[in-house]
Design a protein around this ligand. Structure first.
Ligand code: FE2
Ligand code: FE2
Length: 160
């Protein structure tokens, strides 16, 4: 769905779309990310650069999980149930988009664009693959959410 199509939806329909098409697949990807991290760290053999990649991937996962919860419990609920301006929570959500985007870029830099080296453990290849999926999908999610937030900001009263 492009941004014009998203803007043509009611706020509730736009939120349903974001949750079902972005948040739900992302939650499955975050579960896979965590399984891969656990497989890599459970043996305690990781050191140095590989360990710092796993730590950063986990941080991305935790930040994304918390961010989605805040959107669903605060920002989306507020948009779906009230009119008027609620500037601060939306600014916080957008700031978190920039922060998470930076973390994902850093993860891409540390992993040579999510490319496992030859002979890397299977779990590391799985981790890089799911991180790449997340990195590719996030810009569309963030853009759709920011279009929704912009629309909400510009409406003095908005009934879902
Ligand atoms: Fe989101
Ligand atoms: Fe978001």
């Amino acid at each position: 769905m492009d941004l014009d199509e998203l803007r043509a939806l009611t706020p509730s329909a736009a939120i349903d779309h974001i949750v079902s098409e972005h948040h739900e697949p992302l939650r499955r990807q975050l579960a896979e990310l965590e399984r891969a991290c656990t497989a890599l760290t459970s043996g305690g053999a990781l050191t140095g650069a590989a360990l710092s990649v796993v730590d950063l991937a986990r941080l991305v996962g935790e930040e994304l999980g918390q961010h989605m919860l805040k959107e669903e419990r605060l920002a989306f609920r507020m948009i779906a149930t009230t009119g008027g301006f609620r500037e601060v929570p939306l600014a916080v959500m957008e700031r978190e988009h920039r922060y998470i985007d930076e973390l994902v870029r850093e993860l891409g830099r540390k992993t040579d664009g999510f490319t496992p080296s030859p002979g890397a453990p299977h779990a590391l290849a799985r981790l890089f693959a799911v991180c790449r999926q997340i990195a590719l999908a996030l810009p569309a999610q963030f853009a759709q959410e920011e279009a929704l937030y912009d629309r909400f900001r510009s409406a003095s009263e908005w009934v879902a």
